[in-house]
Write a protein that binds this ligand. Structure first.
Ligand SMILES: C[C@](O)(CO)[C@H](O)COP(=O)(O)OP(=O)(O)OC[C@H]1O[C@@H](n2ccc(N)nc2=O)[C@H](O)[C@@H]1O
Ligand SMILES: Nc1ncnc2c1ncn2[C@@H]1O[C@H](COP(=O)(O)OP(=O)(O)OP(=O)(O)O)[C@@H](O)[C@H]1O
Length: 293
């Protein structure tokens, strides 16, 4: 049995304030994208876990541990302790989503593991139970369990779902910079030009099915926090905006999301990235809706 774990982009993200539990309240628009990892389940007498990421560059492969530190295996452990299930499974994770990219890759695997094992072991957990278990594993996991298009508040787990825009082609571009999510959040000093009003504007553009406008009016507090320190991020964004493409950073970065008019634009941009000597990883994907997740 195969279970897909679709990743996400954030179309706008405002950090509102720091909470007493160490997390930050945010206001964001989550949007599922087709780019996904696969988890394969086969019958086995005990739980064994393995994984590979052959399509990703070596420096990203080196970041992903296939042991108890892997969020997907942590999802297995959470399910085992919640249900006391003693069943086995041979579980294999095939990663295609770049790690530490702001695409929610590890969280997508955790979500896929919860949904996959719920079916494979016939656990019959309700969606609410999965959302509660998912929330323990990471702030992005509840959205990734459901997918589609949602406004996320709280630490991201309070979700208000909306109709997804028609599928749009995207070029996902990741510079070779890694900043951990926790460290990026710690740079927040209480002030951002992007507020819930920014996210209101994104949402009204989405309601009008105008993804171009949604990108134009969106903003991400993490851009304010990271661009001054990592010049290459501004350079990467400018590379696409100066060529006329609406471009936003997703999550806590460093990945840029370039909104395309047509898939062939991606091939031309990939050629230009190479011709300009940039070592950015770029992948073509599409936005998708809850039915695809
Ligand atoms: C940047 C986003 O991807 C936007 O969707 C998420 O907010 C991050 O979600 P995530 O990777 O699932 O993050 P978690 O694993 O829950 O938290 C990692 C670390 O990020 C910080 N964190 C995360 C989410 C949040 N709303 N406030 C935070 O301050 C905390 O220091 C936490 O220890
Ligand atoms: N299944 C997994 N896939 C990728 N990374 C994982 C996984 N499990 C644990 N990790 C660790 O988590 C780190 C962050 O990777 P992940 O892909 O989840 O980040 P992200 O896309 O930036 O997440 P977010 O957008 O939720 O902040 C990696 O550097 C890696 O060490």
């Amino acid at each position: 049995m195969e279970q897909l774990g679709c990743s996400k982009i954030n179309i706008g993200l405002s950090i509102l304030n720091k909470r007493n539990d160490g997390y930050h309240n945010i206001d964001t628009i989550f949007q599922s994208i087709r780019l996904s990892d696969s988890i394969y389940f086969a019958r086995h007498h005990s739980v064994v876990f393995s994984g590979i990421a052959p399509e990703l560059p070596q420096y990203i492969q080196d970041m992903i541990p296939y042991d108890e530190r892997n969020l997907a295996l942590q999802a297995v452990r959470e399910l085992q302790s919640y249900t006391s299930c003693k069943a086995g499974a041979a579980i294999h994770l095939l990663k295609r989503v770049p790690a530490a990219a702001g695409l929610g890759g590890g969280s997508a695997d955790a979500a896929a593991m919860l949904k996959g094992l719920n079916k494979f072991w016939d656990l019959r957990l309700t969606e609410d139970e999965l959302l509660t278990i998912g929330g323990k594993l990471g702030s992005d996991v509840p959205f990734l369990l459901k997918g589609g298009t949602a406004r996320g508040t709280g630490r991201g787990e309070i979700m208000e779902f909306h109709e997804s825009p028609a599928p749009h082609w995207l070029l996902i571009v990741k510079p070779e910079i890694s900043v951990s999510t926790g460290i990026a959040y710690n740079k927040f000093n209480g002030i951002s030009q992007f507020t819930s009003t920014t996210i209101d504007h994104v949402l009204s553009a989405l309601k009008a099915s105008d993804l171009q406008r949604a990108f134009t009016v969106s903003g991400n507090t993490f851009e304010e926090l990271l661009f001054p320190e990592y010049e290459e991020l501004q350079q990467c964004k400018d590379f696409f905006t100066t060529r006329g493409y609406n471009t936003i950073m997703t999550g806590s970065g460093p990945t840029m999301v370039v909104l395309l008019d047509k898939a062939t634009d991606a091939l031309a941009l990939q050629e230009e990235i190479k011709a300009n000597g940039h070592n950015w990883l770029s992948l073509i994907t599409k936005t998708c809706s809850q039915e695809d997740v």
